[in-house]
Design a protein around this ligand. Structure first.
Ligand code: ADP
Ligand code: MG
Length: 429
């Protein structure tokens, strides 16, 4: 059940002058989630108090009473039937509050906890927008290939029978096939910034045609790594366009620049706590030399059914996965050193329960929706609190309970994380 949350909708902001900048050509197509930050030493967020949080017992969570029902939304009838068939009985808080505003054509900043249905909060009203006007072109951007593919799958699921088509353009897959796909009828393009940029530079994608843009995981999309690309993209769009931002987190730094991109937006925040209340969070104290055995002892407990383990580096993640495999654990790994097929296979094996442990870098921290992940383990600390929120948000999704454990070493921990640390990280991304 979803929580009853605050219902704050307020307006702020104005469209910026929208100066055109060119794409940042120094950066390659793929986003490096493992870039060391400063002196080759990765900054770590180590405020232990933030890693401990008892989940509310499910029985104590007050169910959210939506103002709308899917049946009542003024949306395309075929779409409505598909939603009802998909098993969504009522809108989640973010869907309840965002869908009517998106239908009204407003710019939106939608903030809601991880796993509370933000995807459908933009996919449903945008499918309706296209159903009403087949000339509409919609661009959806996500920070990782896996997330873009997942959003595309969600779109395909809800567009059944509507004859509305999408093209998914992500790195690591043959660009020529995507160029061919772009020549077919479509209203949606879903992709990662690197590949979109590539397609624009090759003259295969005309950014002028998009009258709607969605940035999923918008704070990530506006951080230092992507922000110039986003400025370029949005300034090249038609003057009148609809912009939708969705995320579970919005740091103060990002809040400061968000108005540059939006036109009189509605700000919808249905988040009461930083982390989803359905996630039980605790720490595991460990020394360097005992850490691996402790992890292994946890993983062989019967309740550790489906476990996502986060490490900081690609090499570290690969090594840990190998060591666990040697110990007889069914494990796969996902990180930026693997090719697209290997990454997809690892995710699929984990989703299908062929392996019950997936070791990952932060490439899997944002947006990925894998049903029934019982535990998220931070074997190595995240770089900042936002990363922590997203990592643990891979469990406790869709109204289910989940557990998060964070390994902390006695010698490296201190109970005061400084804002300084966070600021540093934001500028180095
Ligand atoms: P978020 O983007 O907020 O992290 P997702 O959009 O990935 O969350 O949705 C999380 C899960 O909740 C998905 O498995 C999705 O199918 C499910 N879900 C979304 N909306 C509803 C709903 N109205 N009723 C039931 N399940 C839902
Ligand atoms: Mg999401």
């Amino acid at each position: 059940m979803y929580n009853k949350n605050t219902n704050q909708s307020h307006r702020f902001g104005k469209r910026p002058s929208g100066k055109r900048t060119s794409f940042n050509t120094n950066r390659g197509g793929a986003r490096n989630f493992n870039r060391p930050r400063g002196n080759n030493k990765r900054s770590q967020f180590n405020d232990i108090s933030k890693f401990i949080n008892k989940a509310l017992p499910m029985a104590e969570i007050i169910p959210y009473t939506p103002t709308n029902s899917f049946a009542d939304f003024a949306i395309d009838e075929c779409l409505k039937q598909t939603i009802l068939k998909s098993g969504y009985s009522h809108p989640t808080p973010i869907q309840d509050q965002a869908i009517p505003q998106v239908l009204n054509g407003r710019d939106i900043v939608g903030i809601a906890n991880t796993g509370t249905g933000k995807t459908a909060a933009f996919v449903i009203p945008l499918l309706d927008k296209v159903a009403r006007d087949k000339r509409q072109n919609i661009l959806i951007l996500a920070p990782t290939r896996e997330l873009a593919i997942q959003i595309n799958q969600e779109l395909i699921k809800f567009s059944q029978g509507m004859r509305i088509f999408s093209v998914c353009t992500v790195g690591g897959m043959p660009i020529y096939r995507q160029i061919k796909d772009l020549q077919r009828t479509h209203n949606f393009v879903i992709g990662t910034p690197g590949r979109i940029k590539d397609l624009i530079n090759r003259g295969k994608l005309n950014i002028n045609k998009f009258e709607t843009i969605v940035l999923d995981e918008s704070d990530r999309m506006l951080d230092m790594g992507f922000v110039n690309d986003m400025r370029f993209l949005m300034s090249a769009m038609p003057k009148k366009h609809q912009t939708l931002f969705f995320s579970a987190t919005l740091s103060d730094d990002i809040k400061k620049i968000i108005n540059d991109f939006l036109n009189d937006p509605i700000h919808i925040s249905v988040r009461t706590t930083d982390t989803a209340e359905s996630i039980d969070q605790d720490v595991v104290y460990a020394q360097k030399d005992t850490k691996f055995n402790l992890l292994h002892n946890l993983l062989i407990q019967p309740e550790f059914n489906k476990v996502l383990i986060f490490g900081q580096t690609k090499i570290g993640v690969e090594k840990l996965s190998g060591l666990l495999s040697q110990k007889g654990i069914k494990v796969k790994s996902i990180h930026g050193n693997k090719n697209h097929t290997q990454r997809q296979q690892a995710l699929k094996s984990f989703k299908d329960n062929d392996v019950n442990v997936l070791v990952a870098t932060d490439v899997a921290a944002r947006g990925i929706d894998i049903p029934n992940v019982t535990h998220v383990i931070n074997y190595e600390l995240p770089s900042c609190y936002e990363d922590y929120i997203h990592r643990i948000g891979r469990t406790g999704r869709g109204g289910n309970a989940g557990k998060a454990l964070t390994f902390v070493c006695h010698e490296t921990t201190k109970v005061s994380a400084t804002n300084n640390n966070r600021r540093k990280r934001n500028w180095r991304r």
